[in-house]
Design a protein around this ligand. Sequence first.
Ligand SMILES: [Zn+2]
Length: 344
Amino acid sequence: MSDIDLHYPHAVAPVAGETLEVAPGVLWLRMPMPFPPGHINLWLLRDGEGWAVVDTGLATVAVKDLWHQLLQRYRLTRLICTHYHHDHAGLAGWLCQQAGIRLSMAQAEYQALQKAWQRGADSEKEAGFYLAAGLPAASLAAAIDSFRDGDFIATPPASVTPLADGDVLAIGSHRWRVMTYAGHAPEHALLYSATLGVLIAGDQLLPKITPSVGLNAANRLSDPLGEWLASMQALQNLPASTLVLPSHQLPFVGAASRAGQIARYHRQQLAKLSVLLQGPPASAYALAQALFSRLGNPVAELMAVSETLAHLRYLQLRGQASYALTAEGCQHWSAICCESTLQG
Ligand SMILES: [Zn+2]
């Protein structure tokens, strides 16, 4: 993806356990992760005499130790989680208990957090889904083995204060509008303060990583890519000066450029896929091999298949692709022939 013009007003990240003010009453802190990208950004928002915190970090000993130190300096008032992924909400239950606070999170994300914690609750359904997409059984087993989401999630809180799209949260002297989008997660929440000119973006808008958009057993009947592209369109309407606080990498200015760039990437992938579908019918696994250049490990393979399926689903819902089942129960995809081709 070619470089675009993003501006990074805070080029040096705080070291783990320290905080850095990035806007009035908005503090940036980082928690470590033992796998790429190596860290997650969290945000503290001045909330009266205390602080609201956005996201938690993974449920690891290292992150808990850092929280123990931080809790001596910062009195927390509430926890807001952008989405259920382990780096964002893994410690939600533990942190709420330690700080005596409540979790606010979109309902679908809270349910997904519970499922991820009960690792394997839907594993048979998930396995069948990926095998039908052509993923070899050995790759699937290796991916499941090395990607144990539940290992980084502590027992979730027993209850949640639900967040919904359009909610306005009064946090300290600022109002934050909740915007939720599907695609990366079922109901990923972003927080926008017009007075501060700040967007807390979670994983929905990252400066240099293209967030994963995938189809899986749970969302297989929806249109994750279509919803994702709609969200990129919506984010392009934010004021140009908006400071974006992403969950990974550095805060940046340039939401519209970045959202436009990510949307272009997916449209290019759709175009490539449409060409591939003119060839012999193929599984999502085979198509993923052609679409993605580097699939070095089983987790990358599984994510590539999931993303390819999201693109296939997008084309299917728009009457441009369909699949037939092979004798082995594998879905083989092809383009839906246009009339001129049939006549030709
Ligand atoms: Zn995520």
